[in-house]
Structure formats: C-alpha cells, structure tokens
Design a protein around this ligand. Structure first.
Ligand SMILES: [Zn+2]
Length: 118
C-alpha cells in the first residue's frame, strides 16, 4: 500500500481554557500540519490546495476567535481533528469520495505532536 504525505506550516496564537500550565496564557506557535492519504493516487498539488484552504482560515490569527475554537479548546488534539475533518470533507467532494485522509498530525513544536485518525 502506498501512502501520500504532505506537510504545511502556519503561525497562529492560542490559549487553552480551563488549563493550568504554560498554554493557559495567550502565545503563538509555528504549527506544522502533516496529512497522510493511504492507498490512493492523488497529485501532491491537489492535496496541498486542500490543506491551504483549511490553513488559511487560521494563519496569523488568534485561533480562539475562529469557529469552532470559540467554544472548543484549540489544543493540538482538537486542531488535528479539525484538519482531519476539513481536508477529508474537501478531498471527498473534489474526488467524488474516491480519496480519504488516513491521519493528520499537528506539530505544536518540534517535539510535541497530536495525531488524529478514524
Ligand atoms: Zn500553546
């Protein structure tokens, strides 16, 4: 089985609600998003375009002010599910359901990641 992986980055601010620790105060991260598709033939450019769309909503923003993170905590875990849902939905409509996302990894730093798959 083949896997296709594309990474992209963006910078954004966030803070975690009801959380005691470093991330409770507003601060920024240089996020890296890694999206993997499994068993598919899809042009890298098509996947990049799909990711761009989800990333542009958050790039250089305070994530807590953008839906669904006005309510949902903008943790790396929830961002991974956000990018999974956004890219999966868009890929599905672009390819008539032929291509699905296998998993999404969000790097909050070089050494801290969260991964989501279904
Ligand atoms: Zn943080």
């Amino acid at each position: 089985m083949y896997e296709v992986t594309v990474e992209d980055t963006f910078a954004a601010g966030h803070y975690l609600r009801n959380y005691k620790g470093k991330c409770e105060n507003p601060h920024g991260h240089n996020y890296k998003i890694r999206v993997t598709l499994a068993g598919v033939l899809l042009d890298f450019k098509d996947l990049k375009d799909v990711m761009k769309h989800a990333i542009e909503r958050l790039d250089h923003q305070m994530i807590n002010e953008i839906e669904p993170f006005t309510v949902l905590n903008p943790s790396a875990e929830n961002l991974a599910k956000y990018f999974y849902d956004e890219t999966n939905e868009r890929l599905s409509s672009v390819t008539n359901g032929r291509v699905r996302v296998k998993d999404v990894t969000v790097f909050e730093t070089d050494v801290t990641t969260a991964r989501y798959s279904e």
